[in-house]
Design a protein around this ligand. Structure first.
Ligand code: GAP
Length: 445
């Protein structure tokens, strides 16, 4: 059962150290959040799961990690300087500023100014002299550096279509209206794949990527019941898109986009390429006299063509929010509430907590530490040595943060080298011999 409302999740995130408001001790900054000790693990597990499935488990995708600061020329030819803007209005009565399509009910129509376009990109200066020309943008999407590195990747890997380039990392948008905790923020992370295909094969690949991305979200614990597909109508498509299917999730505040899967045609490679006139580019691109690279491939007859691009683009933060919401559940056990985060074990911030029954018994503590060290060496993720003493409280805390397994070392462990292993979801406890504990944990995580 997902959370009743966003407040429940926000409270859990703060209480247990998943997510904090940025700059909180100075009053906070709207639209910026920090990931705490458990949040950083959850987020990195989600990103690793994506990378594993997109890069390692396929033989047709390469990875990239490019600079965030982006030359304005790139974002001119990508269309962002001209079109990456939202209509903004001011309310003369309350003094607040909104996206024109997101004005709250408490503002009267007659108090609103005429909408004007507001570009969402953050600008900063490169180098010591601020002459107005040497500025760069903080990238608004990770995609553009994939396109600008297209030739580097092709030349260094000898790839040809169909193949993809994947990148995950920060993106920045000066959003006018923020929304629902980490759902719409100004600094966030994306997991983007640009998958290059032969023109004509694009519709087939688009369909196949939508299916495989839905399956991936299922594998992260998001059930089909919580997902919807939205075929974006022509009048809502981004400037580069021929077709987009949004994978929508039932967030606590409503059904909204978790990931978009777009057919970007040859718009991007065509836009950033030199010699555009020779390339029979299908998309409507800006004339480019600044690029020094021909972003095209040769077919078996040595004819040049510009690949089409299918782009599954997911938000890491929205993924974290959806996964937390989906995993959150409240059960009644013997008349008492149990909050349990039923995260898929591969996403759990802590894979196992090892706890000595008595925190001041040297032998038990030292055996528990040994168990922790041995399990840590398996490389499954974080194993926590939990020495606060109260086993019942520890169980409750670890249920709430989604730790799949709690391992208790007690007096019997000293005699017969067994430990008590408690399962988060069933709460069943079993005694397992220490020489079998690694295999047991490996099976779960
Ligand atoms: N390269 C394509 C692109 O950036 P997008 O639909 O603007 O497309 C892709 O963004 C994903 O990035 C969205 O589906 C969403 O998950 C995430 N995203 C976009 N803006 C965001 C914001 N302000 N805060 C959090 N996540 C955001």
């Amino acid at each position: 059962m997902p959370a009743k409302n966003i407040e429940e999740l926000i409270a859990l995130c703060k209480r247990r150290g998943f997510i904090f408001q940025s700059n909180e001790i100075y009053g906070g900054t709207q639209g910026l959040y920090d990931y705490g000790p458990l949040g950083v693990e959850l987020k990195s597990n989600l990103k690793n799961a994506w990378w594993k499935s997109i890069v390692y488990e396929r033989d047709d995708v390469e990875g990239l990690d490019a600079a965030i600061l982006t030359k304005s020329t790139v974002l001119k030819h990508s269309g962002h300087e001209d079109t990456f803007s939202d209509p903004m209005v001011d309310c003369k009565s309350c003094g607040e500023r909104f996206r024109a399509d997101q004005v709250p009910d408490y503002c009267k129509k007659e108090d609103l100014t005429e909408p004007r376009q507001f570009n969402l990109m953050f600008k900063t200066n490169i180098g010591p002299v601020d002459d107005g020309k040497s500025f760069a943008y903080l990238r608004p999407e990770t995609a553009q550096s994939i396109f600008t590195n297209f030739k580097n990747v092709v030349d260094s890997t000898a790839r040809t279509v169909p193949f993809g380039i994947a990148q995950m990392g920060k993106a920045f948008r000066n959003e006018i209206t923020l929304k629902s905790f980490i759902f719409r923020v100004r600094e966030f992370e994306q997991m983007e794949l640009e998958f290059f295909v032969r023109p004509g094969d694009d519709d087939k690949w688009h369909k196949s990527w939508v299916e495989s991305r839905v399956q991936w979200w299922n594998d992260q614990g998001i059930s089909d019941m919580s997902l919807e597909l939205y075929d974006v109508p022509a009048d809502e498509l981004a400037h580069y898109s021929k077709a987009t299917v949004d994978i929508m999730y039932k967030f606590p505040h409503g059904v909204e986009e978790l990931e978009g899967v777009a057919n970007r045609t040859d718009f991007d490679l065509g836009s950033h390429s030199k010699n555009q006139k020779e390339l029979n580019i299908k998309a409507n691109v800006l004339n480019n006299n600044e690029s020094n690279s021909k972003l095209a491939l040769q077919d078996e007859n040595n004819n040049w063509f510009v690949p089409f691009v299918i782009e599954p683009s997911a938000g890491v933060d929205r993924g974290v929010l959806a996964i937390l919401n989906e995993a959150y559940s409240v059960e009644e056990i013997d008349g008492k509430e149990r909050v349990v985060l039923k995260l898929k074990p591969h996403l759990a911030p802590i894979k196992a907590a090892v706890m000595p029954l008595k925190k001041n018994d040297e032998n038990i503590v030292s055996l528990a530490k040994k168990v922790k060290d041995n399990l840590q060496k398996l490389g499954l993720g974080r194993i926590l040595f939990e020495n606060s003493g109260n086993i019942g409280k520890n169980y409750r805390r670890h249920d709430e943060v989604g730790t799949p397994v709690c391992i208790t070392v007690d007096f019997e462990s000293l005699d017969n080298q067994t430990v008590t292993v408690r399962d988060r979801d069933t709460m069943k406890q079993e005694r397992i011999s220490l020489d079998k504990i690694s295999e047991h944990l490996k099976k779960i995580v």
